[in-house]
Design a protein around this ligand. Structure first.
Ligand SMILES: C[S@@+](CC[C@H](N)C(=O)[O-])C[C@H]1O[C@@H](n2cnc3c(N)ncnc32)[C@H](O)[C@@H]1O
Length: 303
């Protein structure tokens, strides 16, 4: 039986992020530091506090789940789910290292249905940089809504336009010179980044609002936040880190011959060196959309 488009998108995401899991383990401490401000804003926006039961969807190597586990305290509980078994393995190792295994539990999922959870289970749900990779964000958000308690909030961050990220723009431009947008041969190319399941598939506030409202959330609000998701001393260091942690890049480069990879690297570094002159920190900056919705409370006389 041939695979549905949704399954193809999921398979690609699983492959890309599983391939990037060793890189996420290697750069774990740096990434935690770089991305902590995003977690802090998500946690605040979702209204997470002591004693709550919280779900972190697309948790990857465990963030923000592990940060939240420290906030919810002894009587709270956090569950992190992700498509990639390799990412979840690193998350479990990190939970053990931090002594948090009694408070946070990680689980691999096969799709976005959250079918293992009963209705009205969670006080809050977060999803840091994951929703845009899902084949059907409305369906995914409907599942968030089902497992959320009435009055509970769900907060997500997604990338806005790649134009807001000078590094991403430069990288995509250089790669597209070397890699034809041939989706048959490559699991992912720069041409597919903005399409369904790509990193920029929910790149404006109106789209995100529409998805939340279609899923049944109320009180939607969104903020745009400027973020620095990586910072290194040289362009070469930044490119090296990107080739190990950026899902689509890890998989894309693994399909290319050495000389092609070298040519891309040289062009990217030259291009980044124009943006960041020698001696200046090389920063991967960009814009995220932080969106939050509330599960409506149905009053008895409305039932
Ligand atoms: C950019 S990483 C973010 C990981 C983590 N939330 C963080 O911010 O550090 C994206 C994650 O989304 C996961 N993912 C992609 N598609 C998914 C899906 N359909 N269901 C669940 N997780 C998914 C990937 O496996 C990957 O771990």
């Amino acid at each position: 039986m041939s695979k549905s488009q949704d399954e193809i998108i999921r398979d690609r995401a699983r492959m890309e992020w599983s391939a990037a899991a060793p890189g996420w383990k290697k750069y774990g401490k740096d990434m935690f530091r770089w991305m902590a401000p995003i977690s802090d804003q998500l946690i605040k926006s979702a209204g997470i506090s002591i004693g709550q039961t919280v779900l972190d969807v697309a948790t990857g190597t465990g963030q923000p789940a592990l940060t939240i586990a420290k906030i919810v305290g002894r009587n709270g509980k956090v569950i992190g789910v992700d498509l990639s078994p390799e990412m979840i393995e690193v998350a479990k190792e990190e939970a053990a290292y931090l002594g948090l295994t009694n408070k946070v539990h990680f689980q691999v999922v096969k799709d976005e249905s959250l079918s293992m959870f009963s209705d009205n289970t969670f006080d809050a749900i977060v999803c840091r940089n994951g929703l845009m990779f899902m084949p059907d964000p409305v369906k995914a958000l409907k599942a968030f809504l089902r497992v959320l308690k009435p009055g509970g909030r769900s907060s997500v961050t997604v990338w806005s336009s790649p134009d807001k990220s000078p590094v991403m723009r430069a990288v995509m431009k250089e790669i597209s010179k070397h890699v034809p947008p041939d989706l048959e041969k490559l699991p992912s190319t720069t041409a597919s980044l903005g399409t369904s399941g790509g990193p920029f598939s929910i790149s404006n506030v109106d789209m995100l609002r529409d998805y939340f409202l279609k899923a049944g959330f109320s009180n939607f609000n969104a903020d745009k936040i400027e973020v620095t998701v990586a910072q290194t001393d040289t362009a070469e260091q930044l490119w090296q880190a990107m080739t190990e942690v950026t899902g689509f890049l890890v998989l894309l480069l693994s399909k290319l011959p050495e000389e092609k990879k070298r040519a891309i690297k040289n062009d990217v570094i030259e291009s980044l060196s124009k943006i960041f002159p020698s001696g200046v920190p090389v920063k991967f900056t960009g814009e995220l959309i932080l969106g939050t919705g509330t599960k409506p409370v149905v009053k008895e006389n409305q039932v």
